[in-house]
Structures are given as structure tokens and as C-alpha cells.
Design a protein around this ligand. Structure first.
Ligand SMILES: [Zn+2]
Length: 169
């Protein structure tokens, strides 16, 4: 069975650029677009053939792409802030995202204006600036670094063998 296990995709220069599933990875290998870098996950069997199940593949041709960036989503804001309310310092699973300068005051939806906030702090702050609400941010919010370790961290727990290929990018 070909399942949806994550496969790390390296660019021709070994830069980790993407994650795909086993089926897509095998397709790239069979079409001559990528080579197997690391397997060790047993075989993928079809009726007539068996293929090593890939863990990491590398594209044969270098692809150009823009500098990677962390997508601005609620999940990523909470992750950047280590699931810690940026006003009271409480770490908890149920956090909201607060616009530091409220939107109705012209606050933008950007990394520099978004922080994790617990429901109590978010309620207390309401639609005020931190100064107006007499609240202080633990640290200045900014865009997180788009290092490969940061971008692929959620896969590394289950795929420890990727670590040497992800470090340093
Ligand atoms: Zn709080």
C-alpha cells in the first residue's frame, strides 16, 4: 500500500524545500525528476515490482523559488509565541490572536501587529492599544525566521532521520 507518509524533498543543491507524500515522491523518481536520498522504510510493492519506500528525495534539476517565508496564520502566530500569552505570560492551549493596534485604529494584519493572547487578556484589552489598557507586551512581535528547522519542525518528531538534512538551512 502506498500511504501518505511524509517525504522530504530536497532541491538539487540539497536545500530542503518541501514535503510530499510517498505516492508523489515515487512518481517523481519513476519519471526521472528526482532521486532517492534516504529510504529505510521498507518497500512499496505493486503487483510486479517493489520499490524502496522513500524518506528523502532530491530533485535532479534545481528549481528556483522565492525566499521561503512562514505563512501568516493563527497557528503560526501561536507557534511563534510558543503558545504563551504575550501579555500575562501564561502558556495554554486555548489562545486567541490579538491585534496589538486594533484594526479599527488602523492596525494591520501583519506579524508585527499580531500576538498570542489568552482569552482573559484579550477581553481585558478589548479594542484598545496596550498603552490605553495599561498592558505591556512581553516582547516585540516580529516575523519568525524561515529557517528549514522552523519550517519543517512539525515533521521532525516523526522523522528524526531528516534532521541532518534540515539543519543549517
Ligand atoms: Zn494573558
Amino acid at each position: 500500500m502506498i500511504n501518505a507518509q511524509a517525504v522530504l524533498v530536497l532541491n538539487a543543491n540539497f536545500e530542503p524545500i518541501n514535503v510530499c507524500n510517498t505516492r508523489r515522491a515515487l512518481g517523481l523518481i519513476l519519471n526521472g525528476k528526482a532521486s532517492l536520498v534516504l529510504d529505510g522504510r521498507g518497500d512499496v510493492r505493486t503487483v510486479s515490482r517493489a520499490f524502496p519506500r522513500p524518506s528523502i528525495i532530491r530533485l535532479d534539476k534545481m528549481i528556483r523559488r522565492p525566499r521561503p517565508a512562514v505563512r501568516l496564520t493563527k497557528r503560526e502566530v501561536l507557534r511563534r509565541d510558543d503558545f504563551t500569552c504575550q501579555y500575562c505570560g501564561q502558556r495554554m492551549p486555548y489562545l486567541t490572536v490579538d491585534h496589538v493596534i486594533p484594526r479599527r485604529m488602523g492596525g494591520v494584519h501583519a506579524w508585527e501587529n499580531l500576538v498570542a493572547a489568552c482569552p482573559a487578556c484579550n477581553h481585558r484589552k478589548g479594542s484598545h492599544t496596550p498603552e490605553q489598557a495599561h498592558m505591556r507586551l512581553l516582547r516585540l512581535p516580529k516575523e519568525p525566521p524561515a529557517s528549514a528547522i522552523y519550517l519543517f519542525s512539525r515533521y521532525l518528531g516523526e522523522n528524526q532521520e531528516w534532521l541532518p538534512f534540515v539543519e543549517g538551512w
